[in-house]
Design a binder for this molecule. Structure first.
Ligand SMILES: Nc1ncnc2c1ncn2[C@@H]1O[C@H](COP(=O)(O)OP(=O)(O)OP(=O)(O)O)[C@@H](O)[C@H]1O
Ligand SMILES: [Mg+2]
Length: 313
């Protein structure tokens, strides 16, 4: 269990993290999601004891980071934003060296196990500088896991990887997440959906949302809209009819094309499509199109991180 309370970090006069509190349960994969400069790396560096908070308390398994950083570093494996991997070393030697620094005794056995899990057995005797980014990232992950930490903290683990490698690393994280508590940072919403049980959205050093990934989806249903396109009536008649349906919200005109088009908002848990169909039929209009338009998580994210504006960029 990880808990951060009233965490604040100033760099000089600049407040990068502003009084945030959260807790993370054991065994969950949590995504720290936010745009560039949101404060993700700063937060993760405080959790891992690489940076001292200006204010606030962090408890990792009931150990205060300020009181016992060595114990905390034992509990945590950390993959930094740009993994500091030694370019001119053989993978195996690098891991062996890292294990010796950690004081790991059965290091050969340990490395073999982790190489298998991280899928790096075939590159163990290659020079790190020759590896693709994806494999470098796997070696970084293996390094972070050598001492078998309970908690893994991964700062943008898929950044800079190609789509195939992204899928592979996500699969690996999910696999690791079965046995460990994982916190990863990302600015990609679909990454959180694909990988995380929980999401903490952070923007300008503040928490904008903290929820289970599944709930974020259902809360988006609040803003569903239904697109209706007909012939046989003008927009005025169509919008009055739509607005009179029980459960319908504001109606907006859809411009363009030969059809009369409208988009109608519907409240959570309501599906008024049968009512729309019947109303169109009763009026003797012809229905050309009816579609449920779900607000995308991308747009929720934009709303949360831009203070309600919906930037299309
Ligand atoms: N050492 C530092 N000195 C001064 N300002 C810093 C320092 N490190 C980070 N910052 C600033 O603090 C803010 C948060 O930075 P941080 O690296 O935590 O963001 P991030 O969410 O990890 O961003 P990114 O997605 O780009 O990695 C940014 O405005 C950044 O410029
Ligand atoms: Mg960062």
């Amino acid at each position: 269990m990880i808990s951060a309370s009233n965490l604040t970090k100033y760099y000089g006069d600049f407040r990068a993290v502003n009084n945030i509190s959260f807790s993370i349960n054991e065994g969950e994969i949590t995504g720290l999601l936010g745009p560039n400069g949101a404060g993700k790396t700063t937060t993760l560096r405080m959790l891992t004891c690489y940076l001292k908070p200006t204010q606030g308390t962090i408890l990792i398994d009931n150990v205060k980071t300020s009181e016992n950083p060595l114990k905390v570093k034992e509990l945590i494996g950390y993959l930094p934003e740009s993994a500091p991997i030694y370019g001119d070393m053989i993978v195996y030697d690098y891991l062996l060296y890292a294990a010796s620094l950690r004081g790991i005794t059965d290091s050969e056995k340990k490395i073999a196990e982790i190489a298998l899990l991280c899928g790096i057995r075939e590159v163990m005797h290659k020079n790190i500088s020759e590896l693709s980014k994806g494999y470098k990232q796997r070696v970084g992950l293996a390094h972070a896991m050598l001492h078998d930490p309970k908690i893994l903290i991964l700062d943008e683990p898929t950044s800079g990887l190609d789509p195939n490698q992204i899928i592979e690393i996500r699969r690996l994280i999910k696999e690791i997440g079965k046995r460990k508590t994982v916190i990863l940072s990302t600015h990609i919403l679909s990454e959180v959906e694909a990988t995380c049980d929980r999401v903490i959205i952070i923007n300008n050093g503040n928490i904008a949302a903290d929820d289970y990934t599944a709930n974020l989806h259902s809360s988006s249903a609040r803003q569903n809209r239904i697109i209706v396109k007909i012939t046989g009536a003008d927009y005025g008649a169509l919008s009055r009819t739509l607005a009179s349906i029980d459960g319908a919200g504001p109606v907006e005109e859809l411009h363009g094309g030969a059809l009369t088009g409208a988009s109608v908002a519907v409240s959570a848990g309501k599906d008024i499509r049968p009512d729309i169909f019947n109303a169109v039929k009763e009026n003797g209009w012809t229905l050309y199109e009816m579609a449920l338009e779900q607000q995308s998580l991308e747009s929720i994210f934009r709303q949360l991180t831009t203070g309600g504006e919906n930037h299309e960029s």
